[in-house]
Design a protein around this ligand. Structure first.
Ligand code: 13P
Length: 250
C-alpha cells in the first residue's frame, strides 16, 4: 500500500528561533496517531536542530537540495553525506525553483537523484509544467519528459525510496491551484507512465503528491482524488494552523 504524505517545503523562510517556534507548534497541534506521514523541510542551517527537536516525534525532516558530488571544492554546497550525518534522510529534488532560478537541468537532477539514492536517502522528486505548456496542451509531454530524463534511469528496486511530487509551475505561490479534476487527471497519467516504464507494482506503490497553492480550504477536495496521495505544501506550511489543517484534511 502506498503511503499518504504531507510535506512542508519551507523554502528560504524561518530563522533558527522561528524554526523552533513552528516545530513546537506542530508538535503540539498535530494529532497523535494520524495515518499520514508528515515531513518538514527547513533550510540547511536549521536541519540538524530540527532533527534533534523532532527526535521523539513521528515528524520527518527533509533537505531542500543536495549536491551531486561526494565532496570537494564546491563552495557553498552541501553533500549527501553531510545531510545523513545529521540524521536527514530525505531530500527534495527537481523543484521548479531550482530548475528555473538555479538552472538545474534534467541531467543534473538525475545525477543528484543517483547521489541521494546511493546514500540511501528518500527522494521527493518534483516536476510539473509551466503555464505556457498547459495552454498549448503540451503538459502531458513535459511531465513525461521530466520523469524520463530526471528519474526513469533508476533501478526498479530504488522506487521504494522515491516519492513523486507533481507541482504545476503556474500553481506555485500564485494562489491559483489545479482543480481536483486536473490534479487527478495528471496523477493518473503519471501513474500510467510509471507503469509503462517499470511495472504495475511500482506504479501502485509510489506516492504521488500534489503541490501548488494547497490551502486548508482546498486540501480535502484535492486529497480525496484516488491518485493523489498527499501534498507538498509551500506557503501554507509556514503557519502551524494551516499546515495542521492540511495534514488532518487527508
Ligand atoms: P505553494 O504551496 O506556496 O504554492 O508552494 C508549493 C511548492 O512549491 C511546494 O514545494
Amino acid at each position: 500500500m502506498r503511503k499518504k504524505i504531507v510535506a512542508g517545503n519551507w523554502k528560504m523562510h524561518k530563522n533558527a528561533e522561528q524554526t523552533k517556534e513552528l516545530l513546537n507548534e506542530l508538535i503540539a497541534k498535530i494529532p497523535a496517531g494520524i495515518e499520514s506521514q508528515v515531513i518538514v523541510a527547513p533550510t540547511f542551517v536549521n536541519l540538524a536542530s530540527a532533527v534533534d527537536h523532532l527526535a521523539a516525534t513521528a515528524i520527518g525532516v527533509a533537505a531542500q537540495n543536495v549536491h551531486q558530488a561526494e565532496g570537494g571544492a564546491f563552495t557553498g554546497e552541501i553533500s549527501a553525506d553531510m545531510l545523513t550525518s545529521v540524521g536527514v534522510n530525505t531530500v527534495i529534488l527537481g523543484h521548479s525553483e531550482r530548475r528555473a532560478i538555479f538552472h538545474e537541468t534534467d541531467a543534473l537532477i538525475a545525477s543528484k537523484v543517483d547521489t541521494a539514492l546511493k546514500h540511501d536517502m528518500t527522494v521527493i522528486f518534483c516536476f510539473g509544467e509551466e503555464l505556457k505548456d498547459r495552454q498549448s496542451g503540451n503538459h502531458f509531454n513535459i511531465v513525461e519528459n521530466q520523469l524520463r530524463d530526471g528519474l526513469f534511469h533508476i533501478e526498479a528496486a530504488n522506487w521504494e525510496k522515491v516519492v513523486l511530487a507533481y507541482e504545476p509551475v503556474w500553481a506555485i505561490g500564485t494562489g491559483e491551484t489545479a482543480s481536483p479534476e486536473q490534479a487527478q487527471e495528471m496523477h493518473e497519467f503519471i501513474r500510467e507512465t510509471v507503469l509503462k516504464a517499470f511495472s504495475k507494482e511500482v506504479a501502485e506503490n509510489v506516492s504521488i503528491l500534489y503541490g501548488g497553492s494547497v490551502k486548508p480550504d482546498n486540501a480535502k477536495e484535492i486529497f480525496s482524488k484516488p491518485d493523489v496521495d498527499g501534498g507538498l505544501i509551500g506557503g501554507a506550511a509556514l503557519k502551524a494552523d494551516d499546515f495542521v489543517a492540511i495534514v488532518t484534511a487527508i
